[in-house]
Design a protein around this ligand. Structure first.
Ligand SMILES: [Zn+2]
Length: 54
């Protein structure tokens, strides 16, 4: 199985990278920029946390 970063993260579809939504700051991309995790990225993140947190 090959995973590319495109499978794990993508430019926020809510604002399409502009960080603006109808003149307001985009709610989904203000904290960590306009790159957001895909569902596959979230799954991998939770999997890693499972083994890295005590
Ligand atoms: Zn956004």
């Amino acid at each position: 199985m090959v995973i590319t970063t495109d499978d794990l993260e993508l430019v926020c579809p809510n604002c399409e990278g502009t960080r603006r939504e109808n003149g307001l700051p985009c709610k989904k991309s203000t904290e960590k920029g306009v790159i957001i995790l895909t569902s596959q990225g979230n799954t991998l993140l939770h999997f890693i946390k499972k083994y890295t947190s005590e």
